[in-house]
Every structure is written in structure tokens, then in C-alpha cells.
Design a protein around this ligand. Sequence first.
Ligand SMILES: [Zn+2]
Length: 171
Amino acid sequence: MTVKFEDLAGTPLTEKDIVDGKVFSIHDQMNAYFAWDTGIAIGRYLAGLYEGMIIGAHCHNCQLTVVPPRTVCEWCFRPMDHFVPLKDTGRINTYSLCYVTWDVQRIKTPEIPAVIEIDGASPMHGIMHKLGEVDPEKIHIDMKVQAVWLPAEERQGAITDICYFKPIEEE
Ligand SMILES: [Zn+2]
């Protein structure tokens, strides 16, 4: 048995009927506020960024200092609850020159994501951020860099409280 369109009950609607106001409709914009718990270690890390400080965690058993901080040592599985302030300087571990944006638009001035080994953390422990105030041709592995912070009144307790890392002179 074939059901014809005309046999169906109800009144078919088109988008035009709604736009033209032929049917009652309400336009609503979702306004969903939500919050989540960052956890003890990342919570302390974000609070540190708000204060203009990079916080790591130290394991007394392994003598390792990691950044970002975590609550359990990945090597010995013991609690890692000793938070330590680190410097806001470090060295470039690796980097990339990106000539496309997140939505695949070509750009002439590259975005430069990098892994920065933070001074005070154990070797090979660092954070991902981006580089700025730098000639892309002059960047090299192990280059000394320092965080450029947002002004205190603009910080929000987020990784974006650091604008980027810029090269500095060797001490
Ligand atoms: Zn450990």
C-alpha cells in the first residue's frame, strides 16, 4: 500500500512558514553556563598563572619536578603533592612554524607553537605554548626564552595569562 502525501494527517510546515510568522514560534539562544573542577594540581597551576607564576610538582622519591603539576608521580606512583614555584624562563625543546590557521586559512606570519622546558623543572619537562617577538629564521632548539605575561588585572587563571614566550639573552 502506498501512502500519498495528501493522506497524511497534520499540516506540513516549511522554514518559510516559520520565518513568515504563519505559525507560533519562539527564537531562543542557548545560554548554558557550566563549571567543572580542575582538580588539585591543575587548580594550583591555574591559580599560579593568575599570580604570574608557573607552578610545578616535585616527587621526593624520584627527585623529579614536573610541569604542569600533577597529584601522582608517573614514575613511582606516589603522591606528588609538593607544589613548587618555577621560573618563567626556559629553553625551546621543539617548535613548529605554522603557515595555516586553525580553520585552514593561509597566513604569511607563522604561528609558532613550541614546547618550553621550564627552568626549575627536571630536564625534558615543559609546557606547550607559543613563541612571539622572534624572527622565525633565528629560532633554534635550546634557545633561551621567557614568558610574556598579561597585565595582572587582565589575568584569568588560564594558560592564556602567558601571551607567549620570547627569546632572551643567555645569562
Ligand atoms: Zn616519583
